[in-house]
Design a protein around this ligand. Structure first.
Ligand code: ANZ
Ligand code: ZN
Length: 825
């Protein structure tokens, strides 16, 4: 018995990796590149099983590709800005920086204990000035190009987190982070113009064939394209028009009112000519107040008021009243909607409530124009009461009416997107300061590039009352205007931390650059990321922002590509007792304890073996034990060989092997073939590992006491196993590799070659029984006849021994399988 001393083995192997700088990646290489990336973690304090799974999958791919001859870039870093650090500061009086840096140190140790093959020389932490200065620099580039702007408006506000949230961060009216209800507040903040890229972000989704379909669909829905028309309504008495967005230009002749969002930018000017001004203003005030208290615009009862402003219908010249309505969303379309009560349910209810006329312009087969006085007719039909367009099918009318409007200059076809600009201001401390300042004389002034980084002050006090501590910090706040030299104030908002992760994959290609965020040539060598691995919870936000940044950086001439991630693997969740493993559910398994008890290889192997990477993984203590037992048995069998007095390094075969051993070799080489297929295809690591388990079972049938041939075959089997297993259980594999007499790292050994001649299954096992009891297994060609089989069987000593003194009475033969001697005295 040879106990599997995983602690010793893992410590030794990790020391070898460390000493030989095994995971360092050079930018220059004559091998093809492969960029393997896992989503970098937030340094919350400890690694959890979700991390372990994510990183075990990525590491297996990185190691596999490396063995297959690629120059692999496999970096790791820390998404290190964010709220928990500030909460820790408030609760425990530790500076956010200290808390974060300590956590990073601890988690890095944990990752190293897992034996992950990261090039730590490329480590980045986004909270350090050498990283975030480039956030600032990039922000200035966005600003120069009009892709960053400041705007006032109603924003999602989480009181608990005391910060603004992007729309993406509000889930069913609740804060994505703390789950408390989100309110609307009127604030000024900075935006990035992601909407400028909405079309491309949408249209190129279909080219991302290496992404899971479900992630592409989620992005598609998020960007939310909608085709229709912009139609202009002239404002009576003003030399201007209001533009509506509609998906139903075919209903244009049925417009009886137009509705504008209460917070619309043009409201002041419009109301200036309204006799209804005071009432309208009161309505607006009340509506916006209700929105903040009732929190969710969609849940509020539809209400409106006639603004008193009058518009002119672009085709009929009729006078159309402009209403202000609480149901019009200010950030969608143009924030102004044409009301067609006969054919839109919401408009119908609104018209009924306020006594607005209902005019039918589409008729279905029943041909009764009165029906729309009872309910809206939203289906297809033929145009009526629509002038020259009468009689057209409404689908055709969409095209014709839009074309006519285009000729008249009163409309055009458009595709709008649900996607809004990305609000990036956060009223928090632990983030990248937005590099602008405000001067009484010069207005908003960007911080000159040479003055970057705008450093986060180290010593700030946290009151816990919300609001940015930066605004309370005079040494930070007060500066001189770089343009006129007068007193000025810094911007105190910091950037959404999603900015940090929107370009970190580019920084990894050149992480120490002090002149630029990254070198163009280096990024051109490595991008796109060949394989990205991470949680599906990032399917929308992070991946969309990263795509957006990549496109902008490409337009700036920095990024070599327009799409950052060639292939995406979204791993499933780790479940325990049927629900997601999470602190709040109190069902977490601590990876440290597991590593201590079973070793890193077992933990990694379990997470990879128990489910395909993209499926949920149910925690199962028995399966952990199973992974552990497998590694122990592998170790045991190898020790049996290594301690045998006849053990030779690099055993080779005598030319003719007995048939059982030939079959073992077939299994060995089939395993190479199958594992390779599993990994090249859909990264089916679970089946790859299952095959290695089967192979070990076969190797256990080899009895090395029998002779040198057995020892040679076992040697080959273990040698191949040490290579095939090394992406999954790298420590034991490396240990085995060295024990079997190989030099250096198995990681650099290439991938095992298939011996085609071993693959030919020229013989199959035949079972020989005497009176139903197994006495021998003979390896013979499948077509062996009964007579040949009998002849072979009667030459086998194990069979003849039991037949001694007996008469053969009958022979049962199952062709290709079995021979049973029925014998008696
Ligand atoms: C007239 C009309 C007639 C409409 C009809 C529909 C049916 P999707 O498909 O989601 O893009 N709309 C436009 N902007 C809006 C806003 N900011 N807030 C609320 N509603 C808005 O929806 C587009 C339709 O939603 C548009 O087409 C407009 O109403 C409304 F029989 O215009 B429709
Ligand atoms: Zn100035």
């Amino acid at each position: 018995q040879h106990p599997y001393l995983f602690k010793e083995i893992e410590a030794n192997v990790q020391a070898i990796w460390e000493e030989s700088n095994a995971f360092r990646t050079e930018n220059q290489s004559d091998r093809p590149k492969f960029y393997c990336l896992e989503m970098f973690p937030y340094p919350s304090g400890r690694i959890h099983m979700g991390h372990v799974r994510n990183y075990s999958i990525g590491d297996a791919l990185a190691r596999y590709k490396r063995m297959r001859g690629f120059n692999v870039l496999h970096p790791m870093g820390w998404d290190a800005f964010g709220l928990p650090a500030e909460n820790a500061a408030i609760q425990r009086n530790i500076p956010p920086r200290t808390w974060t840096i300590d956590n990073i140190a601890h988690m890095k140790k944990q990752l190293k204990k897992l034996g992950l093959s990261y090039d730590w020389d490329r480590e980045v932490a986004t909270c350090l000035p050498d990283y975030y200065r480039w956030n600032q620099w990039l922000f200035l580039q966005f600003l120069k190009r009009g892709l960053a702007y400041k705007k006032g408006g109603l924003l999602n506000w989480c009181d608990q987190c005391a910060t603004v949230l992007a729309n993406e961060q509000v889930e069913e009216g609740l804060c994505w982070r703390c789950k408390s209800p989100v309110e609307l507040r009127s604030l000024e903040q900075w935006y990035l113009k992601i909407t400028d890229y909405a079309k491309e972000l949408h249209d190129t989704l279909k080219e991302l064939t290496g992404w899971p379909e479900k992630v592409r669909t989620m992005q598609e829905n998020w960007i939310g394209p909608s085709t229709g028309a912009h139609i202009d309504f002239t404002v009576a008495g003003l030399k201007k028009h209001l533009t509506v967005f509609t998906t139903r230009p075919d209903t244009l002749f049925g417009v009886t009112f137009v509705t504008i969002a209460p917070e619309h930018e043009e409201m002041e000017e419009l109301l200036s000519l309204s006799p209804n001004r005071d009432l309208a203003k009161a309505f607006i005030h009340e509506t916006l107040h209700k929105r903040t208290t009732e929190r969710n615009a969609e849940l509020v009862e539809k209400e409106g008021i006639d603004s008193g402003v009058r518009l002119v219908h672009p085709l009929t010249g009729e006078t159309i009243p402009l209403w202000i309505g609480n149901f019009v969303v200010s950030g969608y379309g143009t924030g102004i909607v044409m009301g067609v009560p006969a054919h839109d349910t919401r408009d119908f209810e609104f018209a009924k409530k306020y006594g607005i006329p209902i005019k039918t312009v589409i008729s279905d087969s029943s041909n009764n124009p009165l029906q729309t006085q009872q309910e809206a007719m939203t289906g297809p039909g033929i145009l009526v009461q629509s002038g020259q367009f009468d009689g057209l099918k409404n689908d055709q009318a969409k095209i014709e009416i839009t074309r006519y409007l285009e000729e008249k200059g009163a409309g055009r076809s458009v595709t709008t997107y649900r996607l809004r600009d990305w609000g990036i201001s956060r009223q928090r401390y632990w983030g990248t300061p937005i590099p602008v300042l405000y001067c009484d004389g010069c207005g908003m002034v960007p911080v000159p590039e040479k003055d970057l980084p705008v450093l986060l002050p180290e010593h700030v006090s946290f009151t816990g009352k919300g609001g940015s501590p930066l605004a309370e910090q005079p040494s930070f706040l007060n500066v001189r205007c770089p343009q006129c030299g007068k007193d000025a104030k810094r911007e105190t908002d910091t950037m959404d931390t999603f900015i940090d992760s929107s370009w970190y994959f580019l920084r990894f290609t050149d992480p120490k650059n002090t002149e630029m965020p990254f070198d163009r040539l280096k990024s051109a060598h490595w991008l796109p990321v060949d394989q990205y691995v991470g949680g599906v919870e990032h399917a929308i936000l992070h991946l969309l922002y990263a795509r957006f940044f990549t496109k902008v950086l490409n337009d700036i001439g920095l990024s070599p590509v327009r799409e950052p991630f060639q292939s995406l693997l979204t791993q499933g969740m780790v479940l325990k007792d049927g629900s997601k493993m999470s602190k709040s559910k109190g069902n977490v398994v601590d990876p440290d304890l597991l590593i201590d008890r079973y070793g890193a290889d077992t933990v990694r192997l379990f997470t990879l073996f128990s489910a395909p990477p993209d499926k949920d993984l149910a925690w199962d203590d028995k399966a952990v034990e199973g992974a552990y037992r497998f590694l122990g048995r592998l170790f045991q069998k190898s020790q049996e060989l290594l301690t045998h007095p006849g053990f030779q390094k690099r055993a080779s075969f005598t030319d003719e092997l007995p048939s059982e051993l030939r079959l073992v070799r077939t299994k060995i080489h089939e395993t190479i073939q199958d594992v390779t297929r599993d990994l090249d295809g859909d990264a089916q690591m679970n089946t790859a590992i299952a095959r290695l388990m089967e192979l070990l079972n076969t190797l256990y049938s080899v009895d090395i006491q029998n002779g040198a041939a057995e020892r040679s075959v076992l040697h080959e089997g273990l040698h191949v196993t040490s290579m095939l297993l090394s992406p999954f259980a790298p420590h034991l594999s490396q240990h085995l590799w060295s024990s079997l007499g190989e030099e250096g790292l198995v990681l650099n050994a290439g991938w095992p070659k298939i011996d085609q001649s071993a693959l030919l299954r020229d013989v199959v096992p035949f079972i020989v029984q005497v009176n139903g009891k197994l006495r021998a297994t003979l390896m013979l060609p499948p077509a062996t006849t009964e007579a040949e089989l009998k002849e072979q069987a009667l030459q086998d000593e194990k069979v003849t021994r039991v037949l001694e003194g007996l008469q053969i009475r009958k022979i049962v033969h199952v062709p290709g399988k079995l021979l049973n001697f029925v014998a008696g005295p």
